[in-house]
Structure formats: structure tokens, C-alpha cells
Ligand binder design. Structure first.
Ligand SMILES: [Ca+2]
Length: 80
């Protein structure tokens, strides 16, 4: 237990910064395209998950099934 890094220790500020890093067109929502671009930018091609897996990760984050990820949904992911 002592070694577990609780992800809920991430500050609201950090969550917002993370959200803004993903929301490349700054419209307040993350689309699948933005999510994919973000992963492509930060991961090497060898580390990059398949399109199918990226889609599944996106769908898992998109709790209300709206097709976009909101800041609230980012909060929800990080509190799991
Ligand atoms: Ca966006």
C-alpha cells in the first residue's frame, strides 16, 4: 500500500493541463482524432497502441458516449 502512487493525488491544475494538452483545437472537448494525435506525439511508433486499442481507450474514457472527452471525464478517469 505504501508504494502505491494514488492517481487521485494529481491536482486539479495538473488535470486541466493534461486536458489542455490533449485538446489541441481548444474547443473544450477531446475528439478521437485529438486523442490519437496526442499519443502519436508522446509515444514512439513501437509504443503506440493499435488504432483499435486507441479507440477502446477513448471509448472507455468517454463515459457518456458523446464521442468526445470533456474535462469532467478526464477528472473521472484520474480518480479511478
Ligand atoms: Ca478539441
Amino acid at each position: 500500500m505504501a508504494n502505491v502512487q494514488h492517481i487521485s493525488d494529481v491536482s486539479d491544475e495538473d488535470k486541466r493541463a493534461f486536458f489542455e494538452a490533449l485538446d489541441s483545437d481548444k474547443d473544450g472537448r477531446i475528439t478521437l482524432d485529438e486523442f490519437k494525435k496526442f499519443l502519436t506525439k508522446f509515444l514512439s511508433p513501437a509504443e503506440l497502441p493499435s488504432d483499435q486499442l486507441i479507440y477502446e481507450m477513448f471509448r472507455a474514457a468517454d463515459k457518456d458516449g458523446s464521442g468526445t472527452i470533456t474535462l469532467d471525464e478526464v477528472h473521472a478517469i484520474m480518480e479511478v
